[in-house]
Write a protein that binds this ligand. Sequence first.
Ligand SMILES: Cc1cc2nc3c(=O)[nH]c(=O)nc-3n(C[C@H](O)[C@H](O)[C@H](O)COP(=O)(O)OP(=O)(O)OC[C@H]3O[C@@H](n4cnc5c(N)ncnc54)[C@H](O)[C@@H]3O)c2cc1C
Length: 468
Amino acid sequence: MALALANTPLRVVLLESGGMTFDAKTQALYAGAEVGAPYLPLDTTRMRYLGGSTNHWGGWCRPMDDIDFEERTWMPYSGWPFGRKALEPYYARAQALCEAGPFIYDKAFKWSSDQGPTIALGDGGVITRWFQFSKMRGSVLPTHFGDRYAEDLRRVPRLSTYLHANVTRLGLDGGGAKINQLDVQTLNGKRFTLKPKYTVLAMGAVEIARLMLASNDVNPAGVGNENDLVGRFFADHPIPRDTATLVLFDGKLAPFYQNNQIIHGAIMRAGLFPSEDFRRKNAVMDSSTTIENKTELDDLGKAAVAAAAAALGVDASNATAYSLGCGMEITPDPNRRFTLDTGRDALGLPRLKLHMRLADTDFARFRQTLKELGRQLLEARTGMLRLNLKTRGQWLDGLDWGNHHMGTTRMHVDPRKGVVDANLQVHGISNLFVAGSAVYPTYSAANPTVNLLALALRLVDHLKGLPR
Ligand SMILES: Cc1cc2nc3c(=O)[nH]c(=O)nc-3n(C[C@H](O)[C@H](O)[C@H](O)COP(=O)(O)OP(=O)(O)OC[C@H]3O[C@@H](n4cnc5c(N)ncnc54)[C@H](O)[C@@H]3O)c2cc1C
């Protein structure tokens, strides 16, 4: 956002808690408590220095679909205040910031065929679609925004960047309708205040909620929390491992399913996704299924493959099995939330407590997509699927997460249903805005960063039009 504001008359101050590299004391400011379903420790699931969690990200990119913005009767709390069209003008720039190559995604089919065919599937709800990746540096690391853009930030006129500057309080004016002061502290005891005309919180979905809740000297509920929504609706993308075993009868799999490949100048990988139509008609959530390592079938599995191949009249002598991975969307839940805890960090800020919940219905809905994939494989006589996870214990065993923090200051036009409005302004506070996936009302399974960047660039256009 600071770069995008570079060629405007606005004077911008960028306050960053960390420095240019990892520092254990700064990172420890992120620690917190957790109860409920297992989740990642709060101080390891994000990074606190310039560039934030992009210092650690995987670089997977995918824009959201039309349906992700729609109100769905079967998905409680769904519906963004605008459709995908509102973000479309910004995706190309967001993609460029991620250094993810030309914006191709599902157009990759035009160029991918020389690497092999996509998996033949019968007509139905699951289709092959594409991820793109932030440029890999030294073959492993995607764009780290701090390293990549520090020099560019230095060159921006009218921008002052303060490192090691932790915002510790949002100061509301007496009426509670405006931020009139930010309190800032360093870990070595320096303090200063700022009186900005406009403030944008871009500290990641967990820390934004914490600062808003902890700034409770004027309004005991915190800033922007009149309707007790700040910190609620936290979400991430569960990544269950080995959800199913995919068997391809002829053993042939194009390389772009298992590994990143260069296609038309972009780094791409294919996955298996529920179509928008299938999601609408069958009330299923979004998901992205990836094909992982080859795996050995047990005797029962081998017998099942032999029986299915005989019934279908296909040759399965080269049948090969693969483990499937997945990123899942989950249902918005107001009780999956952060509250302030009793302990305090080194700057005196209350720590957070995460109340984590995971609904069995979300796993059940994802199973519907896997079952549909299995049906389509059989219909096309290409292969078959064995679903590996059934009980809650099985889903949770070894469950990983995307580290994609979302939802804690959700967007809604109605202040009783959302913390920020369609312009990302905190309801009732004329000069406070939120940038990042904290504002997502629903989460898609799309990787969040390219989408939150598009939203942030849209916010920049809004800020440019505000009175100065
Ligand atoms: C292991 C891992 C893998 C991931 N993989 C992917 C992926 O493949 N694809 C994808 O799309 N996303 C991925 N993500 C998520 C991605 O990193 C985030 O979506 C993205 O970094 C969010 O950007 P942000 O700027 O909103 O927040 P953050 O990256 O969290 O940045 C917040 C910034 O605010 C600073 N800050 C915090 N508190 C304060 C304070 N009080 N005062 C001043 N500054 C403060 C922090 O130091 C930090 O620089 C991954 C994340 C992790 C951890």
